[in-house]
Design a protein around this ligand. Structure first.
Ligand code: HEM
Length: 386
């Protein structure tokens, strides 16, 4: 019976062991996804090719099923010319002075505020207190949500992301987000400011502009694509570094190694471990394997990033390794993650602040902190003391 990647948690080495066994046999292997027949691409060369092949693996189809019913229509669920046009219209969400200001000072402020809240404590679940909060705060501050509404806004955003498990709750939360943001969009149309919503209101590509519903859908996209991914990356980073306390010490002593440690984490335990595509509506052949029409085909970055043909001793987390050029974690090709710069900056600033403010940080329960999940992979808890 093959593994169902939608259903199983596959904590720690279980996911990587399973994928390595598949990869050793062939770069494309049969699997299951949500009870259906599927294929999984595990080899690095095969996956790099698949990412660029919109004919055999059209990127939008899977998103139309998994996320569009609640998120709405965004460039993520479009193809080709339309995808390019709307991606340009949404650029202010990824590149604008508001994003730059967030990268320059906003990120450090958020990390410090969260550590300030731990004043007087010697231990906590850092997932609850820190890693599960940073990315949500980053997005809500880029949107210009006032501080007193941040907690309730985060609850709605978290609820919205429950779509696969609880579609009703997710829809209610999406409605609350819309209700809250609609008057702000109207206000920014009257009087633009230097924030992401104003950027989206003013965006113009070849004479096209975003209407209100499109702006709301692209804001929801920021949460679905940018919040849980970065949250899990940060959790994985802490787990990887704290499992071996000598690494924490080393990064404290040598700040120059930190950027490389982050790249290595993105290779070794990437939060988007397995990305579902749906193959073309006709049968396709890929790496000698016949894939039936419209079949779930899972892009296993977690496996390709450890392919021994590209990364020597790829199962080892090695903060000195030069991995960034061959990294597939941000999806090379026309869908290359537009938030990758912001994600890397979040990881970098959060790590600097934690190393500085909690120098004696130790994991209290390393097993409980193991990353789990395949589509999104990160620790549920990070019980730690300092
Ligand atoms: C470590 C954190 C992150 C990882 C590992 C990651 C990974 C990815 C991957 C693999 C893709 C390509 C998906 C595909 O080919 O279908 C992608 C696309 C995307 N990412 Fe990220 N991402 C991260 C953070 C972010 C952040 C912070 C944002 C926004 C603020 C963001 C926004 C997006 C969007 C909007 C897309 C869709 C691009 C398109 O369809 O053209 N991501 N990301």
């Amino acid at each position: 019976m093959s593994i169902d990647f939608a259903a199983e948690l596959l904590p720690g080495a279980q996911l990587h062991g399973t994928l390595a066994a598949m990869r050793a046999l062939h770069p494309v292997a049969p699997a299951r996804f949500g009870g259906r027949e599927a294929f999984v691409i595990t080899g690095h060369a095969a996956l790099a090719e698949a990412f660029k092949d919109n004919d055999r693996f059209p990127p939008a189809d899977a998103y139309r099923i998994t996320i569009e019913p609640v998120q709405g229509v965004t460039f993520q669920t479009m193809e080709d010319e339309q995808h390019r046009l709307y991606r340009r219209l949404a650029t202010p969400a990824f590149r604008s002075s508001a994003v730059e200001a967030m990268e320059q000072e906003g990120l450090a402020r958020i990390a410090h505020e969260l550590i300030d809240r731990l004043q007087g404590l010697r231990s906590a679940d850092l997932a609850e207190a820190f890693t599960h909060r940073v990315a949500f705060l980053v997005i809500s501050r880029m949107l210009g949500i006032p501080p007193w509404r941040e907690d309730v806004f985060r609850d709605w955003a978290v609820g919205f992301l429950e779509f696969p498990r609880d579609p009703e709750h997710s829809r209610r939360c999406a409605a609350l987000i819309n209700e809250y943001l609609a008057p702000i969009i109207a206000e920014r149309r009257r009087e633009p400011r230097d924030d992401v919503i104003s950027g989206l209101v003013l965006a113009d590509a070849d004479g096209h502009q975003l209407d209100d519903e499109e702006i709301l859908a692209h804001i929801r996209l920021l949460f679905s694509a940018g919040a849980s991914t970065t949250t899990d990356a940060l959790g994985n980073l802490l787990w990887a570094l704290l499992r071996e306390p000598s690494l924490w010490e080393q990064l404290r002593a040598e700040p120059g190694l930190r950027a490389n440690a982050i790249e290595e984490l993105l290779r070794w335990e990437t939060p988007v471990a397995v990305l579902p595509r749906i193959s073309a509506p006709h049968a396709v052949e890929f790496c000698g394997v016949q894939i039936p029409p419209s079949t779930f085909t899972l892009f296993a970055m977690a496996a390709a990033n450890r392919d021994p043909a590209v990364f020597e001793d790829g199962d080892r987390f090695d903060i000195h390794r030069d991995s960034s050029r061959k990294l597939l974690s941000f999806g090379p090709g026309p869908r290359l993650c537009p938030g990758m710069h912001l994600a890397r900056r979040q990881l970098s600033v959060a790590l600097d602040v934690l190393l500085d403010r909690l120098p004696g940080l130790r994991l209290a329960d390393a097993t409980g902190a193991e990353p789990r999940g395949a589509l999104l992979r990160g620790p549920a808890r990070l019980e730690a003391s300092w």
